[in-house]
Structure formats: structure tokens, C-alpha cells
Design a binder for this molecule. Structure first.
Ligand SMILES: NC(=O)c1ccc[n+]([C@@H]2O[C@H](COP(=O)([O-])OP(=O)(O)OC[C@H]3O[C@@H](n4cnc5c(N)ncnc54)[C@H](OP(=O)(O)O)[C@@H]3O)[C@@H](O)[C@H]2O)c1
Length: 342
């Protein structure tokens, strides 16, 4: 049985990646529709070897569609997801609009696949934040073995996580450093991103944390275990694609670095690259375009009882967004959960 699929936000970073992943993985799609705002009506986007012409989300008829893979921001999702879901189409949303709604499952197939069955309440499924995604993929198998108590994480997040305009800003500011008169003032970010690091991702909250930091804490609890404590510091770095995380984990039970390495080697979605030599670890450049969550620099943290430290890297546009959304649709098909097939 083949399914009709709509990709909303098809001109964006995540939408384009969704189209390429649907094609790469030979997703059982009958018709694929590329949708964006009215501004992009008629704009061509690639779908494998084919080209699709974008249509306007506002005038599109979703009654013929089975899956809507949505990545057009929170405001668009808040307005459109319930209307699309009411047509019988399952919405898999990349924004933060629905992630904390009790009636919307927040799914990472390697971590909490069974929770997907809860989608029927609203016909909407949420995709986690990109920084949370790679963290929980690595934490899950270790949590099963030794029970995670507390996580302290510092992120090094690429600019693609802030959309295509943010990538343009890094590119033009970098060029502006070398071409006199072409300096570009910060617009998307609060400070210059070229040759810099910015300790702010998303807006500030009352307690001094940023919303990205809060998301990592709240989403890890919802997906993995509400008892896990998370303290995050999220930093934007001048890298185009792939996020890195330096993570310290405190467990209830003892676990050695060697044990963790062996467990992660066998775990779905994880790839361990951990040689104690120059270059024996993964960097964002190598993770870009790949599906895995890479784990390097696994070592014991002797400053706490049962502690480990590690370095986690993943392509934020693939596992951090597009790939996970497609995996959720595949999960629903494999478990025969879809109520309607076109
Ligand atoms: N980038 C990541 O790593 C990442 C990871 C996880 C989640 N997300 C989330 O995914 C979403 C998209 O991110 P992105 O990086 O792909 O952003 P982006 O590159 O800025 O693309 C935004 C997309 O949304 C479309 N859009 C905007 N307003 C619209 C409207 N009124 N109606 C229909 N379409 C509209 C745009 O279409 P036009 O070209 O027509 O304006 C474009 O296709 C965001 O919610 C983001 O938080 C991103």
C-alpha cells in the first residue's frame, strides 16, 4: 500500500532534507506534495531525480493525504496542524508547538516507539528538538543499563538549526571579513556569528536559562524518564551543519567507560568512534549527511559517583529533524497504525 505525503516547509532546510530522505529510503509514497507559503508558489524543489513545484499551504486540500511532514515553524503549525489533522491526515511536526501537549506523543523511534500509539487523540505527533534528539538516542541504552540520574550538557550548535536565513548570515559575515565594505551586521543572531560563539540559542526565560536549554530538560523527561535531571548550556557556533554536545552523566548504578562503549556499539542509531589518538573522534564535518548519532571521547568522570563523560555529534537536519520525522511515519506503517490510507 502506498501513501500520499505532503511536506510543508518544502523550501526550508528541514523540508528539503525530508524530501531527499523520503526518496533515499524509498518511502512507500504514491504522491508527494511540496508545500510552502504563498511566496514560494511554483518554486521548484528536488525529490530524488524528480522536481516538484511548490504549492501554497493555505489553499491545499489535505483530504487526499495520509502523512503531513510539517516544518514551517511553531506559529504555522499551531494554526494549520489541527485543521490538517481534522481531515484525517496524520501530522508529524518539527516545531515546538505541540511537544509539551499531553495529548501529543513526542517520539524518537529508537527510544520510545511504543508511545506513538497515543497519536489518535489529536492526529498529531511531535518531533523533538534537534539537541534533545541526539542526546536521548545515546542516553537510552545507558539508562536501561545503569539508570541516568543527572545530565550536564553543553551544546555546540550549528547555524542550520536556526533555518536557511541563519546559514546565509554565517556565509555573508564570513565573506564580509575578507572583502572591505561588505561587512554584515547581525540580524538572525544577537551577535556576530562568524568566527565567534554565542551562548544563546532561542529566547531567555525568567530563570536565566534560554528556551533551548529548557527544551532539552523538558523533552528528555517526556521522552526518556521524568526523574532525569538535566542542566544545559546551549551555544551557537560558526558551523553550518551538525550539532555537538559535551555531556556528563551521573548514574544510579556503576558503569565503566568500556561497558558504555560496548553498549553503545550495539545500540540502534548509535555509532561509536572512540580511539585515544589524534583525530580518533568525530567532528561535525564528518557527521554531516549521515544518519547516525556518533559518540566519541567516552571516559569516566571521577568527580561524581558512577559518572561518565562523552562527546555526541549528529546531523541536526537529518536525525535532528527530517530523518526522525520520516522514521516516525515508517514506524506507523510498520505497526499498521494508520487509520486511513489514501
Ligand atoms: N533546522 C533544524 O535543525 C531543525 C531541527 C529541528 C526542528 N526544526 C524546526 O523545523 C521548522 C523549520 O525549520 P527550518 O530550519 O527548515 O526553517 P527554514 O529553513 O527557515 O524554512 C522555513 C520553511 O517554512 C515555510 N513557511 C514559513 N512560513 C510559512 C507559511 N505561512 N505557510 C507555509 N509555509 C511557511 C517556508 O516557506 P517559504 O520559503 O515560502 O517562506 C520554508 O519552507 C522550525 O519549526 C524549526 O524549529 C528545525
Amino acid at each position: 500500500m502506498d501513501y500520499n505525503v505532503a511536506v510543508v516547509g518544502a523550501t526550508g532546510n528541514v523540508g528539503r532534507e525530508i524530501l531527499s530522505i523520503l526518496s533515499e529510503r524509498l518511502f512507500p509514497a504514491k504522491d508527494v506534495y511540496a508545500l510552502a507559503s504563498r511566496r514560494s508558489n511554483g518554486v521548484e524543489v528536488s525529490f530524488g531525480d524528480a522536481t516538484l513545484k511548490c504549492k501554497d499551504l493555505a489553499t491545499f486540500d489535505f483530504s487526499k493525504v495520509d502523512f503531513c511532514l510539517m516544518s514551517a515553524g511553531g506559529a504555522v503549525s499551531k494554526e494549520w496542524s489541527p485543521k490538517i489533522a481534522a481531515k484525517g491526515c496524520v501530522v508529524i511536526d518539527n516545531s515546538s508547538a505541540w511537544r509539551y501537549d499531553q495529548d501529543v506523543p513526542l517520539i524518537v523511534p529508537e527510544v520510545n516507539a511504543d508511545a506513538v500509539a497515543g497519536y489518535t487523540k489529536k492526529n498529531i505527533i511531535a518531533n523533538p528538538n534537534c539537541s534533545t534528539m541526539q542526546l536521548v538516542v545515546a542516553l537510552k541504552p545507558l539508562h536501561d543499563r545503569a539508570t541516568v540520574k543527572r545530565v550536564v550538557v553543553a551544546t555546540y550548535q550549528s547555524v542550520s538549526g536556526a533555518g536557511k536565513d541563519a546559514m546565509d548570515e554565517l556565509w555573508s559575515q564570513t565573506k564580509g571579513k575578507y572583502v572591505p565594505g561588505q561587512e554584515v551586521a547581525p540580524k538572525k543572531f544577537a551577535k556576530e556569528i562568524a568566527f565567534n560563539c554565542i551562548p544563546q540559542v532561542d529566547v531567555f526565560m525568567e530563570d536565566g536559562y534560554t528556551r533551548e536549554e529548557w527544551k532539552m530538560m523538558a523533552e528528555t523527561k517526556k521522552i526518556l524518564d521524568p526523574k532525569i535531571k538535566v542542566a544545559a548550556t546551549c551555544v551557537r557556533v560558526p558551523v553550518f551543519v551538525s550539532h555537538c554536545e559535551s555531556v556528563n552523566i551521573e548514574f544510579e548504578k556503576p558503569i565503566t567507560a568500556d561497558e558504555a562503549r560496548e553498549i553503545l556499539r550495539e545500540s540502534p542509531g548509535c555509532l561509536v568512534i572512540d580511539k585515544h589518538e589524534p583525530g580518533g573522534y568525530i567532528t561535525p564535518m564528518e557527521a554531516t549527511g549521515e544518519d547516525a548519532t556518533y559518540i566519541s571521547r567516552i571516559r569516566e568522570d571521577a568527580t561524581v559517583e558512577n559518572g561518565l563523560a562523552m562527546w555526541i555529534v549528529s546531523d541536526n537536519l537529518r536525525k535532528g529533524a527530517a530523518l526522525n520525522a520520516v522514521q516516525i511515519a515508517e514506524l506507523m506503517i510498520n505497526r499498521k497504525l494508520l487509520r486511513k490510507a489514501s
